[in-house]
Design a protein around this ligand. Structure first.
Ligand code: ADP
Ligand code: MG
Length: 287
């Protein structure tokens, strides 16, 4: 039977803005060794802003319009930033055959022309030669009928609460902090260095994230747990694979909240250390 204090633990967590979906997770939380983070929307705001537009083929405004049309159907935070920068209404009747390519970008048919908008990986996949000079930020390359048109740079910011989230985890006894991201190597490394994370893996596809979590599960002490924290935009399979799947509920998708064992109701990653401390206290009382 479940000790009564476990309910107190779940209640205490919920007062701190954390939903724990079962008393068994209190034990796993108290026993966590490794915390693996998804970057976007978890350690960073997930709120990109267009910082640069570059094209030799059309005006900046035309490139932005093209990208906004290509991204019209996407819910990805990068798509949102481009549509917001464009700022005008989109005539959806011009758009057909929309395809979201996870970890790459989008493909749409606009006015009968095939438009790709996404990262270097997408351009390589489609054999489109693109501007590959060292770009600082997350580049969205755009091509029409396989002809390169230019790029839009978007930038996200580290959450104000993130540095504290990492130091609080260290003081709660977490020995390894890891970040996984589909974003560019330059962007991922910069965030990891700023936050003093122990490990970072970049330019990953959603399936690669599952593989990395499986590999990290083998590396940790088998009696202790691995927690994965994500916002659920295509990381629901990773949330399910970890010992404890934690979703950022503030921004996160319904799929993430569904797949997760623990939901942070605010957008503060420092709540992870808070709920781990509550779990430890609860277990001491229960024992
Ligand atoms: P993250 O690990 O940051 O959650 P995702 O798996 O969502 O990343 O995406 C990885 C990369 O794929 C992004 O950094 C971006 O380069 C590209 N990408 C994904 N979706 C889109 C989109 N709708 N438009 C442009 N680029 C995209
Ligand atoms: Mg994501």
């Amino acid at each position: 039977s479940v000790p009564l204090s476990f309910f107190g633990g779940i209640g205490g967590a919920s007062k701190s803005g954390v939903l724990v979906k079962g008393s068994n997770y209190l034990e796993a939380l108290a026993n966590t060794e490794m915390v693996v983070f998804d970057k976007t929307g978890t350690l960073t705001k997930g709120n990109f802003i267009v910082s640069e537009i570059y094209s030799k083929k059309m005006s900046n405004q035309e490139l932005l319009e093209l990208a906004a049309y290509a991204e019209d159907y996407s819910n990805h935070p990068i798509a949102q930033s481009i549509k917001q920068a464009f700022g005008k209404t989109i005539d959806s009747s011009r758009i057909k055959d929309i395809e979201e390519v996870a970890g790459h970008g989008v493909k749409s048919v606009i006015d009968g022309k095939v438009v790709f908008a996404g990262n270097a990986k997408l351009m390589k996949r489609e054999h489109i030669s693109y501007n590959d000079r060292k770009l600082v930020g997350t580049a969205v390359h755009i091509a029409i009928n396989n002809e390169y048109m230019g790029y839009i740079l978007v930038e996200d910011k580290i959450k104000q609460d993130a540095p504290h989230a990492i130091t609080a985890l260290k003081s709660a006894g977490i020995t390894q902090t890891v970040m996984l991201t589909g974003d560019a190597d330059s962007v991922g490394k910069k965030v990891a260095t700023k936050l003093k994370l122990d490990k970072v893996y970049t330019e990953l596809l959603p399936a690669d994230k599952v593989e990395h979590v499986e590999e990290l599960m083998k590396q940790k002490n088998e009696k202790r747990s691995l927690a994965f924290v994500g916002d659920g935009i295509n990381d629901a399979p990773v949330l399910a694979r970890a010992d404890i799947g934690i979703a950022m509920g503030g921004l996160g998708s319904d799929a993430a909240i569904e797949a997760a064992d623990v939901v942070i109701m605010t957008d503060e990653p420092s709540k992870i250390a808070t709920v781990m401390k509550i779990s430890k206290k609860t277990l001491r009382i229960a024992k």
